[in-house]
Design a protein around this ligand. Structure first.
Ligand SMILES: NC(=O)c1ccc[n+]([C@@H]2O[C@H](COP(=O)([O-])OP(=O)(O)OC[C@H]3O[C@@H](n4cnc5c(N)ncnc54)[C@H](OP(=O)(O)O)[C@@H]3O)[C@@H](O)[C@H]2O)c1
Length: 187
């Protein structure tokens, strides 16, 4: 079971054994030692909601692994966040519909043992309806929206279960909750 509580942060209690929570607002800047800091993985952080998540977690002292397809923009975002929050930011260039990119992203994720959170955010909509669109575009969209999050969750889950701690956020759309014709793969 994973909780989504963006407005709180964990702090080790004095006896070092249990955790208590404090409002994040009390600690707007990173206060953790740079060694052994926890990591948050965010897909699609070049802009929009993904970038906001990146800034949110960085402002609370988490190191980041962020992905995007456009090198100049994602590296610019990483520089901005390092400057602003003093955390480590690892950039992985990946189109999540491309098997090779996904494989190398999963390999990199596997190398991290300190993952606190995964935000599956990368995604997009299409103007064409399912009927009008090429089938391969639709299957690519399903790969990005369903398969990629599934594979990333499968990689991070064991260590979160072992630690009995972790956050997984799947960014979706309100449209996912309504029966709607047109673009079933986009939500
Ligand atoms: N904003 C809304 O109103 C809304 C509504 C419904 C659902 N959503 C969903 O919420 C999420 C964030 O929305 P947003 O408005 O912040 O989106 P956005 O500004 O368009 O940003 C989307 C992010 O996803 C990345 N991305 C797109 N396709 C990708 C692919 N094939 N492989 C890897 N990365 C890919 C983009 O990377 P590059 O920029 O490098 O290409 C970008 O970083 C998306 O999943 C979106 O579908 C948003």
């Amino acid at each position: 079971m994973f909780r989504i509580q963006p407005s709180i942060r964990k702090q080790k209690s004095n006896d070092g054994l249990r955790f208590r929570v404090q409002p994040a607002i009390s600690y707007p800047q990173p206060d953790c030692p740079t060694e052994n800091r926890e990591l948050v993985i965010i897909t699609g952080a070049t802009r929009g909601i993904g970038k906001e998540f990146a800034c949110f977690f960085a402002s609370r002292g988490y190191d980041l692994l962020i992905t995007g397809r456009r090198k100049e923009i994602i590296t610019g975002v990483a520089d901005e966040i390092r400057r602003e929050y003093g955390v480590k930011v690892e950039v992985v260039l990946a189109d999540l519909s491309v098997k090779e990119d996904m494989t190398s992203l999963l390999r990199i994720v596997c190398g991290h043992r300190n993952i606190a959170a995964l935000v599956n955010n990368a995604g997009y909509g299409m103007n064409l309806t399912f009927r009008e669109d090429e089938l391969e575009h639709q299957t690519a969209m399903i790969t990005v929206h369903v398969n990629a999050p599934l594979m990333l969750i499968h990689k991070v889950l064991p260590q979160m279960i072992q630690k009995r701690d972790g956050i997984i956020i799947n960014v979706s759309s309100m449209a996912a909750y309504f029966p709607a014709a047109g673009s079933p793969a986009s939500t």
